[in-house]
Design a protein. Structure first.
Length: 251
C-alpha cells in the first residue's frame, strides 16, 4: 500500500508589511523583535499570511517561514502558489514531470553514453564564442528536449522562491528507468559548481547519475567546452530571454 502524501505548508518567500515594505523570511527571527509591522500579506498577490517559527510549531521545517492564512487562496496567477505551479508544470511537461510520494519528479530520459558511436550525429559540438544564428538551441531528441524544458521551468520556479530549501525539497529527478530518485540539489547544479562538475566528468569521479547545470548560457558553454564531447553529451538548451541554460548527462 502506497504511503499517504505528506502535507506541507506552502512557503511564501516575500511578504509585504502594513507599511508596504518587503521582507524575506530572514526578518522573522530578528531580535529583539522583527522589523516588519503586522498584518502581513503575500508580496505577489496580497493574500493574508502569518509566521511559522522553525521547529517550534512546525516540526517539518528547519527554519522560520511565512504561510497563507487558513482558508485563504493565492491570487489566480501568483508566482508563490507552489501547489498551482506544480500542477501546471506536470500538465505542460509532456509526461516528463510526475507527482509522486509528495514530490514533483523530473523523469530523465535515457541518453547515449558519451563517446559512443553515433553520439554526435544529431548533436552539434561545443559552442564557439558565437551562438547559432537566430539564437536557437542545440539539437536533442524530442524526449530529451522536453525533459530539458521541464528542468528549465523547475529552475525558474525555484528561483522565484529564492532557492528556498523547503521549496527545493519538493522537487527531485529520477534516473532513466526509475532506478534511482535523486535529490534536486544533487541533480541540478548552479553556476558556482559548473566547472567542478566538468572536471569531475573529465576525471571520471562524478556520481553515475544524470546531471543538469543551470546559469547564464556562457556558463553552460564553458562547462561544455571544458569537458569536451567525450565527457559531456551535447544536450545544452539556451534561452536568450532568461539567460537560463541546462546541460544534462546520463551514464
Amino acid at each position: 500500500m502506497a504511503k499517504p502524501e505528506k502535507k506541507r505548508g506552502v512557503r511564501i518567500p516575500y511578504v509585504r508589511d502594513a507599511r508596504g515594505d518587503r521582507y524575506d523570511r530572514s526578518a522573522i527571527d530578528v531580535q529583539p523583535h522583527p522589523p516588519y509591522a503586522k498584518p502581513l500579506t503575500c508580496w505577489e498577490c496580497g493574500v493574508d499570511v502569518h509566521v511559522r517559527h522553525g521547529n517550534a510549531d512546525d516540526p517539518d521545517s528547519a527554519s522560520s517561514h511565512y504561510v497563507k492564512n487558513p482558508g485563504k487562496q493565492h491570487g489566480p496567477r501568483c508566482a508563490y502558489d507552489l501547489e498551482r505551479r506544480g500542477k501546471e508544470l506536470v500538465e505542460s511537461s509532456a509526461s516528463t514531470v510526475v507527482r509522486k510520494a509528495g514530490q514533483w519528479r523530473l523523469l530523465c530520459p535515457p541518453l547515449e553514453r558519451p563517446g559512443t558511436r553515433g553520439a554526435g550525429k544529431n548533436v552539434p559540438g561545443p559552442p564557439s564564442g558565437k551562438g547559432p544564428s537566430g539564437g536557437g538551441q542545440a539539437k536533442t531528441s524530442k524526449e530529451a528536449g522536453q525533459a530539458i524544458a521541464s528542468a528549465r521551468r523547475i529552475v525558474r520556479l525555484l528561483e522565484a522562491f529564492g532557492q528556498d530549501p523547503d521549496a527545493v525539497a519538493e522537487f527531485a529527478a529520477t534516473a532513466p528507468g526509475g532506478r534511482r530518485n535523486i535529490a534536486w540539489p544533487e541533480f541540478c547544479l548552479g553556476r558556482a559548481d559548473a566547472h567542478q562538475l566538468a572536471q569531475d566528468l573529465i576525471d571520471g569521479t562524478t556520481a553515475p547519475i544524470p546531471h543538469a547545470v543551470w546559469g547564464p548560457a556562457s556558463t553552460a558553454a564553458a562547462v561544455d567546452g571544458k569537458a569536451g564531447r567525450s565527457y559531456l553529451d551535447k544536450y545544452v538548451a539556451r534561452h536568450p530571454a532568461s539567460s537560463a541554460a541546462a546541460a544534462c548527462r546520463c551514464r
